[in-house]
Ligand binder design. Structure first.
Ligand code: NDP
Length: 243
């Protein structure tokens, strides 16, 4: 194991958007990284030092556990995980294909729990660590055509609150990041073109949305505090975003 790097950080959903920007930022700060997403190529293209990139679906619990074990073998114990992988399939509840709710619940909630599961026991044992869960402002407020997505993000914000209470006696920090609209690939997977067009119009009305870099910097700020300081939640939106 080389000691020329800062402690290991796991980032899920590192093949685009917020996860990719955070990978670049934390690597620049010298951290060893485990990057997970289904698409391997964009993570390999980053060519970051002290980085293991693996094609892993976060809904595959065994694969997440195996990936973390492999990275720890190489870089030492996980200091932080950023549970960022997520999908947003907006739809009207009366017409949306229920397979889309299943997909969001599986990835946004069950996948996030898999990430927590992969690191929590080790962090409790070491009495040290940070779990950063990427929720959304849609984990605190409601939006049109967001019923199932809002359900997943309220779940993330809620379980993070409970997790913080459970792990703080073990000196493990739990940080919830709740961004408003960010310019990423997230909307592209929504299948309803009318909803996508409306969302794009909403983004324009607020004079442009946040960049992934802004969210990465918020994550790095919270993580960069001393272990004795827990920035519990960051809600971060474009100034002109409503609601
Ligand atoms: P992107 O679509 O750009 O990134 C999503 C990432 O999640 C990709 O790397 C994708 O990789 C990965 N991912 C999706 N499904 C899986 C899976 N089953 N297993 C592993 N990785 C997966 O969107 P964002 O960067 O915007 O999204 C990141 C997080 O931020 C999400 O949780 C999202 O809900 C949240 N968020 C985003 C906002 C926005 O406006 N963009 C606002 C608030 C919160 P791959 O497809 O290669 O697997």
């Amino acid at each position: 194991m080389t000691t020329t790097h800062k402690p290991l950080v796991v980032i899920t959903g590192a093949s685009s958007g917020i996860g990719l920007a955070t990978a670049k930022l934390l690597s620049g700060q010298g951290h060893a990284l485990l990057l997970l997403a289904r698409r391997l190529e964009p993570m390999l293209q980053l060519a970051l030092p002290h980085t293991l990139a693996l094609s892993v679906d976060v809904t595959d619990r065994a694969a997440v556990l195996a990936a973390v074990a492999q990275a720890e073998e190489r870089f030492g114990p996980v200091d932080a995980i950023i549970n960022n992988a997520g999908v947003m399939l907006l739809g009207s509840i009366a017409t949306q294909d229920p397979a889309e709710w299943d997909c969001m619940l599986d990835i946004n909630v069950r996948g996030l729990l898999n990430g927590i599961h992969a690191v929590a026991a080790g962090m409790v044992e070491r009495q040290h660590g940070t779990i950063i869960n990427v929720s959304s402002v849609a984990g605190r407020k409601t939006f049109p055509n967001h019923v199932a997505y809002v359900g997943t993000k309220f779940a993330v914000s809620g379980l993070s609150e409970n997790l913080r209470e459970e792990l703080s006696p073990s000196n493990v920090r739990v940080i919830t990041i709740e961004p408003g609209a960010v310019d990423t690939e997230l909307l592209s997977h929504t299948t309803d073109q009318g909803i996508k067009d409306g969302y794009d119009e909403w983004k324009q009305q607020m004079g442009g949305v946040l960049s992934s870099q802004t969210i990465a910097e918020a994550i790095a700020y919270a993580y960069g505090q001393p272990q004795s300081v827990c920035v519990r939640e960051i809600v971060i939106c474009a100034t002109r975003q409503q609601p």
